[in-house]
Design a protein around this ligand. Structure first.
Ligand code: GUN
Ligand code: FE
Length: 449
């Protein structure tokens, strides 16, 4: 009696699927069937008694079904909500200074080199490949102030099939650093050119994002112009906020007429439901309320927060304020390009808060799994298309083999999916990520563009 659907099915996967929903941090579907249509979208997902009905109504042939093996599962692709692509060139070094000294000593000299398009091509290819290989199906990138190199980052993400938001960095003040800053007019004009040219490329998975570096590197005039540009074109916005106490003090001096760090961005129309701000370690509850009201999101970058001794974000408090939150690597303030590392550092940071205050409710691995997937997707306002395995969304997924030969995990004490996921999150690495899909296309293992 079931009706036949005319959706054409590209492939079907059968096995264990784990993902998050608004209601459940970890939902497990065992021996489930998931179909991907010709547009790369999830056409159906079901388990148990639905199986017979699904195969009848979608009428795919059994040879189109990929059966997962023992110790394998599918999970949604991971989302890096904050990463500096140029800084990948010195990731794993230069972690001996607090933020403001670190920027002047290491970051600005390196970023200024991205005027050289060949250097940019080399580093940007490496960072896109490395993050994809580690299961980052969506990355929200900062590039540098250089428009052409920033456009190249968009092209490279597109060529390798990574979903990406890419920002040309804006900074019209940088005290004492003449070699790495723009005039206000340049910053506005080049941002406009960047957005126009990137949109003209019509890359299906790559979008521009308006990117004032952070309040101290922008005049109020520039911040207001960028806010206007984002508003008129309904664009994403990204920046940094309240990462380090010295930075917060400095911002107070630079903007004496603002009530708070958050208020500066708010007054310039930079807090919208398409805004993501990195760190936020030192935000007040009143500022979190403003995030909630405007729909702006936070990116939690725990490796960076620890590595640069910036602070410890209280994620529980952010979630209690119902502010959207995802995870970020913040390469190279964070030394690891892998979101699996961000998951572990987020759990560690939450446990440190519990050590300091036993009343603090520690994050569970299931909650952090949600931040790495659905949370990131919501934080980037991409949750209509990504973040979990809901029908109609794009199939962005990792095929994980917890017992991958030559991989880091030996002992499988249990085949229970939640145990396999916990093992992978705590001990796994790219050797366990057998395949990566973005919008239904297999992008790992690589087929070189
Ligand atoms: N604040 C302004 N710029 C940066 C940057 O490049 N990295 C980090 N972690 N914080 C910043
Ligand atoms: Fe950052």
């Amino acid at each position: 009696t079931s009706e036949k659907s005319d959706t054409d099915i590209r492939f079907v996967c059968r096995g264990t699927f784990v993902h998050s929903t608004a209601e459940e941090a970890l939902q497990i579907l065992e021996d489930a069937l998931l179909g991907v249509d010709s547009k790369g979208k999830i056409a159906f997902i079901g388990e148990g008694k639905d199986l017979q009905k699904l195969s009848e109504s979608f009428g795919f042939c059994s040879s189109a079904v990929t059966q997962l093996r023992q110790h394998e599962f599918f999970m949604p692709g991971m989302i890096d909500t904050h990463i500096h692509a140029p800084q990948y060139s010195y990731a794993g070094t230069a972690l001996d200074m607090p933020l403001l000294q670190w920027l002047n000593t290491y970051t600005f000299p390196v970023e200024s080199r991205f005027q050289d398009i060949e250097f940019a091509k080399k580093v940007y290819t490496q960072v896109v490949k490395r993050t994809l290989r580690n299961g980052t199906t969506t990355a929200c990138y900062f590039a540098t102030i250089h428009t052409d190199a920033s456009l190249l980052l968009g092209q490279i993400a597109n060529d390798f099939g990574q979903r990406a938001l890419v920002g040309k960095v804006c900074m019209d003040r940088n005290d004492g650093v003449k070699y790495y800053r723009e005039t206000s007019e340049e910053s506005q004009e080049e941002t406009y050119r960047f957005i126009k040219e990137l949109l003209n490329k019509k890359y299906p998975l790559v979008k521009p994002v308006v990117t004032p570096r952070f309040a101290p590197s922008c005049t109020e005039t520039l911040l207001a112009k960028l806010g206007e540009m984002a508003k008129n074109n309904k664009l994403h916005i990204q920046s940094h906020i309240s990462e380090n106490l010295k930075e917060v003090e400095w911002v107070k001096e630079l903007f004496p007429n603002s009530e708070s760090y958050t208020d500066i961005y708010h007054k310039c129309n930079l807090l919208t439901d398409k805004t993501i701000m990195a760190h936020g370690c030192h935000l007040s509850d009143e500022e979190l309320v403003l995030f909630r009201k405007t729909g702006a999101a936070l990116s939690h970058c725990p490796n960076s927060n620890i590595s640069l001794c910036s602070g410890v974000l209280n994620v529980r408090n952010v979630l209690n304020h119902k502010v959207k939150l995802g995870l970020g690597t913040d390469v190279a303030g964070g030394y690891s390009p892998s979101i699996l590392d961000a998951v572990r550092r987020a759990l560690d940071s939450s446990k440190v808060l519990t050590i300091q205050d036993p009343e603090h409710k520690t994050l569970s691995f299931e909650e952090v799994f949600r931040l790495a997937t659905l949370g990131g997707s919501q934080a980037l306002s991409l949750d209509e298309r990504t973040g979990n395995f809901k029908v109609g969304k794009d199939f962005d997924a990792l095929r994980v083999n917890v017992a991958a030969p030559g991989g880091p995990i030996d002992l499988i004490q249990s085949e229970k999916p939640q145990i396999l996921l916990e093992k992978f999150l705590n001990l796994g690495d790219d050797r366990n990520i057998v395949e990566v899909f973005v919008a239904g296309k297999k992008v790992v293992p690589f087929s070189e563009p």
